[in-house]
Design a protein around this ligand. Sequence first.
Ligand code: FAD
Length: 221
Amino acid sequence: MSSSCNLIPDPHKRSTPPIHPLDPKLPPPGLPVSKPCLSIWQRTTRTNPLLNHNSVSTTAVPSTADAVIIGSGLSGTLTAYELLNSSSPNAPKAVVVLEAREACSGATGRNAGHCRPDAFRGFMAFSRIHGEEQAHKILQHEKLVLELLNAFIKEKNVECDWDYCKTFDVVMGKDFKDYVEKSFEDYAAKHGTKDGIEGVRVLNEEEAKKARSNHLLSSHL
Ligand SMILES: Cc1cc2nc3c(=O)[nH]c(=O)nc-3n(C[C@H](O)[C@H](O)[C@H](O)COP(=O)(O)OP(=O)(O)OC[C@H]3O[C@@H](n4cnc5c(N)ncnc54)[C@H](O)[C@@H]3O)c2cc1C
């Protein structure tokens, strides 16, 4: 279960211009730090043979490949997985993943473990930056990620504490309430059903207290 109380930053109130990670004027990020701390997850996987595959493997890094992926985190490994499992005749056959440190030693190995799509909340902020069509796509994509992850864990029988459930979005404070309500209304008007937004229940304070005490999980405003 997760809760939130932070506003999504309003791009119109930004005091400095946004930094684009691909801005050629920025210095290259360089390699990740060589001695990062160990997260709680990483402490439980110290004997995994894949951790240091890049340094203990007797196989030399191939001099050519159809696709080279930098980084063995979620983005890199899922890209490799999708490429190697693609049914396209043009899909690369030889895929190399380059990793500077241990496997999954970046954000993937040290995050909070939530996979919680934004059902509607970012609609207003995303729309201002990217337009409403893209904002809708972002929200749809987040939903797809959850479904794909759920399917992956089941299909591969991944040993983990995956709990596919409803979550609360606890709204604290009037500013955030106004922001969330407006996003909800805008998104529901454009992409909702006649009952609101699919999969989202709006509860008032009393209903929310009751739902929580009965362990009925729902979103509420
Ligand atoms: C503390 C924390 C909590 C988070 N909580 C959540 C959460 O609850 N839910 C959620 O959805 N997201 C969460 N995130 C975000 C999420 O973890 C990241 O968005 C995601 O893991 C990013 O995956 P990635 O593969 O893009 O990057 P990473 O996992 O960081 O992988 C990048 C890899 O590339 C390697 N690398 C970097 N540069 C080079 C180079 N030059 N050559 C070779 N290798 C290189 C790194 O060593 C690393 O292994 C959290 C992140 C953090 C840090």
